[in-house]
Design a protein. Structure first.
Length: 402
């Protein structure tokens, strides 16, 4: 069976509160830590890559308040931030990487100081290296015009050699769902990939109804487990707009009543959004990765087991990253301890590392669940890894090592 893992490694440097991290991802990865520890900043770094490729780097930075709000603030006054992603191309299984750093200019602007992309180990395949808008190395005979204020991968996406990298990275999905926008009437949109706050959820449901009715059934079964009174849902057109219609059991009625999304609770809509994000894969389109911020938000603790089961089931076909601080969601002694990363903030700087050896052993021996350790405040990062991160920084550039 094909592995669902797309992103194998993420290296960040000076991104928001993250001074530096080097994380190896799993089919299902939990980032666990208190509010304000910086869990969301890790996902946002990945989201910035997608935004910069779909739109532009300038728009991606502007949506986050500009470069000054993205690069980490510290006594050292860093003037740049950097991101390196290592991944497996979904079509043919080749290893690839994409890395860049962005630095400030004296006039208040910014530039892409360096950018690299390579396919295949040790450069055995297409590659390029850019420095401040100039091509330094390239495997291809021609290269499109580029500028220092944009990512070159956008320009080279028209080349067959690099198109698989571009397509894979723009197929990443990241979610912090907003029930209010899901509740509003929506204009028909592209329904292949759910958008970040669920603003096209109706179109996605419609797309799945046409292309993957089995996925609609899975979503419906999990939704009824989370919200027992809901017996189904479907896309409904209202003039030039569209919304969702739910079937809900009502006392004294032989048949379920029908309610539009405007009448449904935040918890129901958010649960539907999370499940749609997890099971949106179909014959027409598959996201390369799904990242969800605190999927347990607005759900009753009793629904945690169903949500956890949905995360596990979805991770067999698509890579999942979840941020959470919920002991209920993690209250399962079968969770793989290697899939857990502890996120803490020390002196305003985010540290991300696997959980410590004692916690891993306790989980492997089924003495405690991750949720129980979290309640005891014992789900802590491995101090050896934290110390090594402070002593050295992982390289952003260079071919993947064998």
């Amino acid at each position: 069976m094909k592995s669902p893992v797309f992103l194998t490694r993420v290296v960040l440097r000076n991104y928001k509160s993250i001074g530096g991290c080097d994380v190896r991802l799993h089919p299902l990865t939990y980032l666990v830590g208190p509010n304000g520890s910086g869990k969301s900043n890790f996902l946002d770094a990945l989201h910035l890559v997608r935004d910069a490729l779909v739109g532009s780097l300038d728009n991606a930075l502007s949506e986050r308040g500009g470069l000054a709000e993205v690069r980490r603030r510290s006594s050292g006054h860093p003037t740049h931030f950097g991101i390196r992603l290592e991944f497996v191309l979904p079509d043919d299984g080749r290893d690839a990487y994409f890395a860049f750093n962005v630095g400030a200019l004296k006039n208040g602007g910014y530039e892409v100081q360096n950018e690299e992309c390579g396919i295949g180990r040790k450069g055995r395949g297409p590659f390029y290296s850019i420095e401040r808008g100039s091509v330094k190395k390239c495997s291809e005979g021609t290269f499109p015009a580029i500028t220092a204020d944009r990512l070159a991968l956008v320009a080279v996406s028209g080349m067959a050699a690099f198109r698989p990298v571009f397509d894979a990275l723009v197929s990443m999905g990241f979610y912090n769902l907003n029930p209010k926008l899901m509740r509003d009437l929506q204009k028909p949109q592209d329904g292949r990939l759910l958008r970040p706050v669920g603003e096209n959820v109706v179109s996605v449901i419609g797309h799945l109804e046409r292309n993957a009715p089995d996925q609609i059934q899975v979503i419906g079964e999990y939704l009824q487990t989370v919200v027992p009174m809901v017996h189904g849902f479907e896309r409904k057109a209202i003039g030039p707009m569209e919304t969702l219609e739910f079937r809900q059991e009502m006392a004294g009625s032989a048949h379920p009543w029908r309610f539009l999304a405007q009448s449904m609770s935040d918890g129901t809509l958010r649960a539907l959004g999370v499940l749609t994000a997890l099971f949106q894969t179909n014959r027409d389109f598959s996201p390369t990765i799904v990242g969800i911020e605190e999927p347990e938000t607005a759900l009753h603790p009793a629904a945690s087991a169903a949500l956890r089961d949905a995360l596990t089931r979805a991770s067999k076909s698509v890579q999942i990253i979840v941020t959470s601080h919920s002991p209920d969601l993690l209250d399962d002694r079968d969770i793989d301890p290697d899939s857990l990363f502890s996120v803490i903030s020390e002196g305003g700087e985010t540290k991300i590392a696997p959980i410590d050896a004692a916690s891993r052993n306790a989980m492997r021996e089924h003495l405690f669940s991750a949720g129980e350790l979290l309640r005891l405040n014992q789900l802590v990062p491995d101090p050896v890894v934290i110390e090594s991160q402070g002593q050295s920084q992982s390289d952003l550039f260079g071919a993947i090592l064998e």
